[in-house]
Design a protein. Structure first.
Lengths: 479, 483
């Protein structure tokens, strides 16, 4: 079923340091309720918003990264609606009409479809920089809760609203696009996509012969795919049965995996837009633009191409790129003389795997050993001093536990008495020796395994064990 | 009629030891006691002990030679300017009992300059009015004639000056709210250039139009107070990056050093007694050597509707936050959100405020926005360009108000007449230029005010001219009551 999908992605600039118009913290999750607030983000009468430099620079960096037309002046607009966690009952946002000017007046993003390995272009209609409202909590269910608890810690956190053209072709691509956009923002240093509730997606979808349906409140990239799949199937079935797909807004119920019509009928909203008189238009100076360009200078695509050009397989290359600290260490370790192939495997496959197994975040820089450590390990493999497998099996797990560890302290002891181990195994494994000597060559593998086990965590090259075993077995045969 | 010391004179007496700040404070508190029941200039008055304690500290500082620029001077602060040590209600039931957790920047600057905040001045609710009758805490009366209004919305700030219940006061001026009361009470008020004084802590009405400004019994006092409160504030994105102005040591303008223009549009609607007093002053200035010429300001006729459209749009937006949530009302039962909001707003806001919210929402609505709000912003640019062009040539002079102070209730019934009181003053707010209102004379014991308007950041020209006019009229320090 052919579908046209457009996305509206709200991403908090969680790494901005400050809220959009005051000095409260952009990362509000670490505070007890209503402790990350001030007169400005509480909207107290007479308190005035002053745009923060960092949120502005990060928003402009996003506009740069998505190839946007950026206006000379940025304008903030008031959007009015009554809601208990919106302290002023208007949101300071951006609007392209009534004299407004958002940070991005149109651009595009090219993301990597990692199923087909093609770069796919999708238009960006606009990007708004706005303030997030507070949050309302209920005891249990919204309908039965006695109270609505309002927490303003989030109020005023800088939020980007990225609106794409309806050019996305499939639920899968929608998910990959959202992931790519989040990764781009992570490279800019704007956001940490893994924080709870740091982004939300609304999706518009229409199939041939039907009206456009909006799905609200999708909270994960996996759910973007699931919700759209469900919705397209639902719309197709309605049409198949001769029904009509009406224009409506639906809600994604992640728990049950279905979209549901909103309980209330959506009215034509009246937002009373007008430019915020407390905020004079912000001139996009050369200075500000230069800062934005610098922030946007590392894009996932650029890094991917750099990694791939070193001969790294695209799957592994993408794995490296999708964790910015991994990519940073990979490129650095290559510069320090490490072997790209060894490093790619170590960083993009095995170390990342170790972190995942432990439930640790591979995008958290503090989980990664310094590039020097990784380069050193790579050199030890290249020089033949250690096998890759012994590094993988014996060193990477230790580093995953303690990324700051000194290389020497995590390197395994090497087996110095291979001959003795071989003798011991030959003595013990009488049956296997007999099998081998009687022509069952497969028994050799078993014996090599036995020698490796006997090394008990010390480093031993299985090829050396095999060579020694063969020598001894040959001698036994001849003797 | 009597004369009271100006703040500059008081400071001089404090410095040379001929007057004790404590004795002075006692005297002002005595005036408040005598007049307040009749005038209602204050919503909140500072506790007597607190005022005296601060006056004692001032005395001590004079003795040690550590006196600051306004040491020991008693200042009234309009009740829409946030004070962390006194309730700030903007004369609305909606904010009854609200004590802000912060001071407005101007209040911090006052306190740093050694001023004593003696109380919070009464006003029209949320500064919406031209008579100070629309206060949830009762109307303010004009000390010159208790049957008449003192003008608004900074009526309390003007009235306390006029009866001696403060030495200086702060008002706010969105469309004439400092200048009308000054004109109606024979006091001096200055609406500064937009952005010269921080709005941080001013409970907003029409953000793009309003300024906090100084009010006093003399031109020099107004200059002195503006020096203290003016200058860039990083907490207000609309504040200009300028140093505090230096105005208090200026000399009166030399005759011939500046020219005066009287735009026909800004005088022709004035009622006869006002026009007479105004022209008499112009003639005297002309004969003193200030050339007075008639001029045209064609856009002025459109200024009033443009002003109200913009102000009410901004007001409707600013007042959306009062929903009974963060500013709870004890008389509204909790329950359904929408019912709760509606009830809180129904009970918390006065009639005039509700009317302005409805009108403001209307002019911003889809389908009407272009016809009203957007059109008004275009007129505003027109007015600004015309005013700036004219101000390059001359100081623009006009009556401050087209009428004498009306009787209580006289105008309140006809909104169009009420709004028309602001016809001469809104021009300065639309254009963002400074304007000074001061006494021009009296008509049968009722004050008549004159307004002077100059180009952006040309407060110095206004002060110099004002000093000269004050010499000419002899009305410096004039106050109501028996001497």
């Amino acid at each position: 079923m052919k579908a046209r999908i457009g996305l509206e992605i709200h991403v908090q600039l969680s790494e901005a340091g400050t809220k959009l118009f005051c000095d409260c913290d952009s990362e509000y999750r670490r505070y007890p309720p209503n402790r990350n607030v001030c007169p400005v983000c509480l909207g107290l009468p007479g308190a005035l918003p002053v745009p923060g430099r960092r949120p502005l620079a990060l928003a402009l960096a996003a506009a740069k990264a998505f190839n946007c037309r950026i206006p000379e002046w940025i304008v903030f607009t008031r959007k009015h609606y009554f809601y208990p966690d919106l302290p002023k009952n208007y949101q300071i946002t951006q609007f392209e009409k009534v004299g407004g000017a958002p940070v991005c007046l149109g651009g595009y993003v090219e993301f990597l479809n990692t199923d087909t390995w093609e770069w796919v272009r999708v238009g960006i209609r606009r990007i708004n920089l706005e303030e997030d409202p507070g949050r309302t909590y209920y005891e249990g269910d919204i309908m039965t809760s006695r109270y609505a608890h309002v927490d303003f810690n989030r109020s005023g956190v800088p939020l980007l609203e990225i609106v794409t053209e309806p050019e996305v072709r499939s639920p899968r691509e929608a998910r990959l696009l959202v992931e790519y956009i989040l990764l781009t923002l992570e490279y800019i240093g704007a956001t940490n996509p893994r924080l709870e509730g740091v982004f939300r997606v609304d999706a518009n979808v229409s199939v041939e012969g039907g009206e456009r349906v909006e799905i609200k409140n999708i909270g994960s990239t996996l759910d973007v795919e699931k919700a759209l799949r469900y919705e397209i199937k639902r719309q197709a079935m309605v049409l198949e049965r001769g029904g009509r797909v009406e224009r409506e807004t639906r809600h994604w119920d992640a728990e049950r995996g279905v979209t549901k019509p909103l309980r209330y009928k959506e009215e034509e909203a009246e937002y009373l837009y007008f430019p915020d008189p407390d905020l004079p238009p912000v001139k996009v100076t050369g200075d500000l633009l230069a800062e934005a360009e610098k922030l946007a200078s590392r894009s996932p695509r650029m890094i991917y191409e750099a990694v791939e050009s070193l001969g790294v397989r695209r799957e592994v290359a993408w794995s490296i790129v999708s964790s910015p600290p991994a990519a940073e260490r990979f490129l650095e370790a290559v510069k320090l003389g490490g072997d790209p192939q060894v490093l790619a495997r170590m960083i993009g496959v095995d170390y990342k795997g170790e972190l995942r197994e432990r439930g640790l975040d591979p995008n958290d820089p503090s989980r990664w050993p310094p590039a020097e450590t990784l380069a050193q390990l790579s050199k030890l493999v290249s020089s033949g001093e250690y096998t890759y497998d012994s590094i993988r099996g014996l060193v990477l797990p230790k580093l995953a536990e303690n990324p700051g560890a000194d290389v020497k302290s995590v390197l395994p002891e090497k087996v110095s008495d291979v001959d003795a181990l071989v003798e011991e195994v030959l003595r013990r494994e009488v049956k296997a020796v007999k099998d081998y000597l009687s022509g069952k060559e497969k028994a050799l593998n078993y014996l090599v395994g036995a020698v490796m086990r006997a090394a008990r965590g010390r480093a031993l090259d299985p090829r050396e064990a095999r060579r020694k075993l063969l020598e001894r077995l040959k001698a036994m045969k001849e003797g | 009629m009597r004369k009271l010391p100006t703040a500059s004179e008081l400071l001089e007496e404090f410095r040379n030891g001929s007057l004790d700040p404590v004795d002075h404070a006692e005297r002002v508190l005595g005036e408040i006691e005598r007049w307040e029941a009749k005038v209602n200039a204050y919503i909140t008055i500072e506790a007597r002990e607190a005022v005296i304690a601060q006056a004692e500290e001032a005395e001590e500082r004079y003795r040690r030679g550590e006196a600051r620029p306004l040491e020991g001077v008693l200042v009234a602060v309009k009740d829409n300017i946030s004070t962390s040590f006194m309730p700030t209600t903007a004369a609305s039931r909606m904010l009854e009992g609200y004590v802000p957790p912060f001071n407005a920047t101007v209040v911090d600057r006052l306190l740093e300059a050694g001023a004593i905040v003696v109380g919070k001045a009464n006003m029209d609710e949320f500064a919406m009015g031209s008579t100070s009758e629309f206060s949830a805490f009762g109307p303010v009366r004009n000390p010159w004639d208790l049957e008449r209004v003192p003008g608004g919305s900074s009526g309390g700030s003007a009235a306390c000056l006029a009866y001696g219940g403060c030495d200086l006061s702060l008002g706010s001026d969105t469309g004439g709210s400092i200048r009308l009361p000054a004109a109606y009470t024979a006091t001096v008020g200055l609406k500064p250039t937009y952005g010269l004084v921080s709005r941080y802590g001013l409970i907003p009405y029409g953000n793009s139009l309003e300024q906090i400004g100084p009010m006093a019994r003399s031109v020099r006092d107004v200059a002195l107070l503006l020096e203290v409160i003016g200058g860039w504030d990083p907490k207000d994105a609309t504040s200009l990056r300028v140093k505090p102005p230096r105005l208090s040591a200026l000399e009166p303008a030399e005759p011939g050093s500046l020219r005066l223009c009287v735009p026909r549009e800004m005088v022709e609607g004035a009622e006869e007694p006002v026009a007479k007093v105004f022209w008499r002053l112009m003639e005297r200035l002309d004969s003193e050597g200030f050339e007075v010429e008639e001029a045209r300001l064609p856009s002025a006729s459109k200024a009033l509707p443009a002003y109200y459209t913009i102000a009410l749009a901004e007001a409707a937006s600013n007042l959306a936050r009062y929903d009974g949530g963060l500013y709870p009302r004890g008389d509204v039962e909790p329950g359904d959100y929408w019912r709760h909001v509606a009830e809180a707003r129904a009970r918390g806001f006065g009639w005039e405020v509700k009317k302005r919210i409805v009108l403001g929402s209307y002019v911003l609505s889809e389908g009407y926005r272009d016809e009203y709000y957007v059109a008004a912003t275009k007129v505003r640019r027109l007015v600004r360009d015309e005013v700036l062009r004219l101000a390059r040539r001359c100081v623009i002079a006009s009556p401050a108000a087209p009428i004498l102070p009306p009787r209580l209730g006289e105008r309140i019934t006809d909104p169009l007449l009420l709004y028309a009181m602001d016809v001469y003053t809104v021009v300065a707010n639309l254009a963002g230029v400074p304007a000074l209102a001061m006494p021009a004379g009296f008509h049968h014991g009722l004050p008549v005010g004159v307004q002077f308007m100059a180009g952006k950041l040309e407060e110095d020209r206004l002060v110099r001219l004002g000093l000269f006019v004050e010499e000419l009229t002899g009305l410096r320090g004039v106050a109501a009551g028996e001497g």
